[in-house]
Design a protein around this ligand. Structure first.
Ligand code: C5P
Length: 217
């Protein structure tokens, strides 16, 4: 796998969590660190690609040489992804996008009372599904973080979201996946599966980038 293998290609990667505002001081989010997405970005840069990361709020710094578009909400990430994927060769959805957002964002800080309260939630757009539905779609790769029936759920997402490839990881194992430094993936496309064994995310990312480059050529 040569240094300039991906020369001239534009890879777009979503990474990190999204933040869904409830009021000016509160939000709904998740524990995604962005580490896997940023590691893939680094591996793609190393192989010569022009890389754009569309990133939710994370505490890690982006690899040198990447363009970074910082967003907060799923709707902002969706808008950036639809635009950036126009001229992308590969789109990788690594972000842990919140499935729901508050139906209404309170304009002022919400005050507590003696009563219980509930917040009405509405569905967020499915970013990777919408990119994969575009007429001029890039090669689209999704992730499936599962705690059970990993293969079944991953293959279901490959089909329902019309992805070219899906990377499944079992997040019930604490040492891999979500917020960990290591990961192990089973990568499915429509007619094959490939195991990328447990290793540092940088190593896993390099193998994944190589696999994507092979599969799309
Ligand atoms: O359906 P689920 O959330 O498990 O699918 C995971 C995959 O879909 C990941 O690649 C994730 O980045 C992507 N996704 C997305 N937009 C959403 C939800 C998930 O791009 N709203």
């Amino acid at each position: 796998f040569q240094e300039k293998t991906l020369g001239g290609q534009h890879w777009v990667i979503t990474a990190g969590p999204t933040r869904e505002a409830i009021d000016p001081v509160r939000y709904i989010s998740n524990h995604s660190s962005g580490k896997m997405g940023y590691a893939i970005a680094q591996a793609a840069v190393n192989a010569g690609a022009n890389v754009t990361i569309i990133s939710g709020p994370v505490s890690i710094s982006a690899p040198a040489g990447c363009k970074v578009i910082n967003v907060e909400s799923a709707e902002q990430m969706h808008q950036a992804a639809m635009k950036q994927s126009d001229n992308a060769d590969v789109f990788i959805a690594c972000a842990a996008v919140a499935d729901y957002r508050a139906a209404d964002i309170a304009p002022q800080k919400m005050k507590k009372s003696s009563q219980d309260m509930s917040i009405s939630l509405v569905r967020n757009p499915d970013i990777v599904k919408d990119v994969a539905a575009k007429a001029n779609k890039p090669f689209v790769v999704g992730f499936a973080a599962e705690t059970q029936d990993v293969e079944t759920y991953a293959l279901g997402k490959l089909t329902s979201k019309k992805l070219d490839m899906i990377c499944a990881n079992d997040v019930s194992i604490a040492t891999q996946g979500f917020n960990a430094n290591q990961n192990a993936l089973t990568v499915f496309d429509k007619d094959s599966s490939t195991e990328i064994p447990l290793a540092d995310k940088a190593m896993v990312a390099t193998q994944l980038v190589k696999l994507i480059a092979e599969k799309r050529s």
